[in-house]
Design a protein around this ligand. Structure first.
Ligand SMILES: [Zn+2]
Ligand SMILES: [Zn+2]
Length: 414
């Protein structure tokens, strides 16, 4: 569990037998203990939960809140501080309505919003806007508590992003909290803009059958990827129907497990970072760039899984500077195990900016340019690296960074 925060519990009934099932917010697989069915929870575009309301006399509308839970990085001149953020933020602009839900989502079991629930108000604050607001807030807290100077930047990598909906009702020209009955806001001009509904959501429960061969696939409870051990394929389960995933694998002799990384090619401004030789110069690595380094494209390599944010940065740096081989595309070996992929590539890419500050020498040049840095992802693929177990950690001899088992365990509950 993440220190100082309680996780959210979601109550659902099994789509097959109706038995109650308790889920965690990071769960992407529903496993019913009664009828043994396993179903992939497929929410688009994001999981949406409601704070339950048992009975209501009025017509209920739901006020949407963004829910972020993930890594926070504070990039300063001397070093990067890390933390975990656990926060909700109102997704619409409505004076009088609380900006956050505080501890309310942890006080009761939430429910999965069903497809076709048409009474969620449409928010004008999108995910990026919410992320910026949260970063801005943390920035202020940072300056006060740590007395940091002007040059400190916060970046949030939201690993668990969902929407939590608070029930409310409208009476006359006022909106009320349906749970407490408290009057929240006066709808000065109750226009369509205020009362627009957000219908862009659906949730489906998909069987774990391989779309290619019909075999029962394996999937960890928090993984975005299912494995078919029969036709040795990987499937991205975040699409309305699972999509076959291409991947690169560095073959090895009997590794304990394959650990997933995102291998990202990006265009970065204002720094020239196209080739491995550029990286040698940028990071002042103790090597002389060779001719082939000028031609070798630079890939940022970041974990495709959640882990303690300090290790996330250390591992990203070590993997990006290591001269890993290209890897092979093909099949996923029947006998191999895969560590769950639970960090989407879009979220990993948010951390590239932070990684630049860890790589660049002198560091201050990167931090001073931080606001102007832009990172545009051009190409990304899943790279599976072999790891071997050694007492309390997993190791890969090429990436010189050991991965403590404890931090992996912690990461699965972020
Ligand atoms: Zn069941
Ligand atoms: Zn298959």
């Amino acid at each position: 569990m993440v220190r100082g925060s309680k996780s959210i519990v979601i109550e659902h009934s099994c789509p097959q037998c109706g038995a109650p099932v308790n889920l965690q917010e990071t769960d992407r697989l529903l496993h019913c203990e009664y009828c043994r069915v396993k179903l992939i929870i497929n929410s688009n575009p994001y999981p949406r939960y409601q704070i339950p309301l048992d009975d209501s006399k009025a017509e209920v509308v739901y006020l949407p809140y963004w829910r972020f839970r993930g890594m926070a990085f504070s990039v300063g001149m001397d070093r990067t501080r890390t933390g975990v953020v656990d926060s909700t933020l109102l997704a619409l602009q409505m004076r009088g309505v609380p900006m956050t839900l505080g501890v309310r989502p942890q006080a009761v079991a939430l429910r999965i919003m069903p497809t076709g629930a048409e009474n969620v108000l449409r928010g004008s604050i999108d995910l990026e806007g919410a992320r910026k607001t949260l970063e801005g807030r943390l920035q202020r807290v940072d300056r006060i508590s740590q007395g940091q100077g002007r040059h400190s930047y916060r970046v949030i990598v939201g690993e668990t992003i969902s929407m939590i909906c608070l029930p409310a009702y409208i009476r006359g020209s006022f909106i009320y909290d349906a749970l407490t009955g408290k009057r929240l806001s006066h709808l000065e001009v109750p226009t369509d803009g205020v009362l627009n509904r957000d219908r862009h959501y659906r949730v489906d429960f998909l069987p774990t059958l391989c779309p290619n061969c019909g075999w029962d696939m394996e999937m960890d409870r928090d993984s975005l990827v299912a494995i078919c051990k029969n036709c040795e394929s990987l499937w991205d389960t975040t699409h309305p129907t699972p999509r076959r995933m291409d991947f690169l694998l560095i073959p090895a002799d009997a590794p304990h497990l394959y650990v997933p990384f995102w291998r990202i090619r990006a265009s970065v401004r204002p720094f020239p970072l196209r080739s491995y030789a550029d990286l040698i110069r940028f990071a002042n690595l103790p090597q002389v760039p060779r001719r082939e380094d000028e031609e070798r494209p630079l890939h940022f390599i970041l974990p495709a899984f959640k882990v303690n944010p300090n290790h996330f940065l250390g591992l990203s740096r070590a993997a990006t500077i290591s001269r890993l081989s290209e890897g092979e595309s093909g099949l996923f070996p029947k006998s191999a195990s895969l560590y769950p992929v639970n960090l989407p590539v879009s979220e990993a890419a948010e951390a590239i900016k932070v990684l630049l500050a860890e790589l660049g020498k002198p560091r201050k040049d990167v931090v001073l340019a931080f606001e102007e840095i832009s990172v545009r992802v051009e190409d990304a693929s899943l790279l599976l690296l072999p790891y071997w177990q050694k007492s309390y950690a997993y190791l890969n001899p090429e990436v010189r960074y050991s991965l403590p088992k404890a931090s992996l365990r912690y990461g699965r509950y972020i």
